[in-house]
Design a protein around this ligand. Structure first.
Ligand SMILES: NC(=O)c1ccc[n+]([C@@H]2O[C@H](COP(=O)([O-])OP(=O)(O)OC[C@H]3O[C@@H](n4cnc5c(N)ncnc54)[C@H](O)[C@@H]3O)[C@@H](O)[C@H]2O)c1
Length: 285
């Protein structure tokens, strides 16, 4: 087995990257977070501070623990600062070219034993790995939103991923206190491959069965024991995020069920994105 993961880098500190960096500091790691501007670095630190402070308010965390956790985070706008990392998690925009360009540079900055991980939801890890000279050290570490709350991490291997890189990434997810699962690099991996067409079917049923969003949610909660109804879940995920992922899966798998229903596309066009916009299937304050 190769060396232990000690130094961790996170590139892109948006919704997912900031959440992943928070998980790292809470697990005792000292991550280096890289963003494109100092302002975005500070915004991410503010977000992490906010969620850690909520943990303090709810009695899950002591004030000194919050301070110690925040102090473990370093941020930078220079990729060169990732040089000493044993593992780097990429969480930048969902665009193949941007990710390939980044991985190519990371390949040169880091030493050969470092593991390079992507948090992509819908791109092929294999395609991202094709940009580097040593694709055997590229894996997918697919966290779920919000990363500090949801325990699952899909640890994705390509045909070229080495056992050593894979096991180190898997062990790292365990060291974070997460619930990792092993899977191959297939479109949507495990959860999105199942959840996206399922939620699309739920939305189609709204019109087909003439049922209200509220009754559809009650149907699945009280008839199947789902902890949350599909419409409330879509509002939580963000309708724009779901529609984007649906298009990507439709393109990759060619199945009509993967395509977003017109009702969802119209809602996104009207700016009804769910919780984050205050309006989706339901209204939020
Ligand atoms: N949002 C989700 O629910 C979710 C869930 C799982 C996985 N993902 C995946 O995680 C990745 C990030 O998604 P997100 O929702 O956090 O996006 P986001 O837009 O919130 O954050 C992306 C961040 O990356 C930064 N960035 C862009 N290019 C960069 C670069 N070259 N170097 C450094 N930083 C850069 C941006 O400034 C931005 O802050 C995507 O690949 C997405 O598919 C998202």
């Amino acid at each position: 087995m190769g060396r232990e993961i000690r130094r961790v880098g996170v590139v892109g500190l948006g919704t997912m990257g900031a959440g992943i960096a928070q998980v790292c500091v809470q697990a005792g790691f000292e991550p280096v977070g890289v963003e494109v501007s100092g302002e975005l670095c500070e915004r991410a630190r503010g977000t992490i501070d906010h969620y850690l402070s909520r943990g303090v308010e709810k009695g899950r965390l002591g004030v000194d623990e919050r301070e110690a956790a925040l102090a473990r985070l370093t941020t930078s706008t220079r990729r060169a600062d990732l040089g000493g990392c044993d593992l780097i998690i990429e969480a930048i925009v969902e665009e193949l070219e941007a990710k390939q360009e980044l991985f190519q540079e990371l390949d040169g900055i880091t030493d050969a034993g470092a593991v390079l991980a992507t948090n992509t939801s819908a791109l092929a890890v294999t395609e991202i790995a094709s940009a580097v000279e040593r694709p055997e050290r590229v894996v997918g570490l697919h966290f779920f939103n919000p990363a500090p709350v949801l325990p699952l991490v899909e640890v994705v291997r390509t045909d070229l991923t080495s056992d050593e890189a894979y096991e180190r990434a898997f062990g790292f997810a365990e060291a974070l206190g997460k619930e990792p699962i092993r899977c191959n690099d297939t479109p949507g991996f495990v959860v999105n491959r199942i959840l996206i067409p399922l939620l699309n079917d739920c939305v189609r049923v709204l019109d087909e069965a003439g049922v209200t969003p509220s009754d559809l949610d009650r149907a699945m909660r009280f008839g199947v024991n789902w902890p949350i109804g599909p419409c409330a879940l879509l509002d939580l995920i963000g309708l724009d995020v779901h529609v984007h992922a649906s298009h990507a899966l439709r393109e990759k798998l060619g199945e009509p069920r993967m395509a977003p229903p017109p009702r969802l596309v119209s809602m996104v066009e009207r700016g009804e994105l769910g919780r984050k916009s205050g309006q989706g299937f339901f209204a939020y304050d």
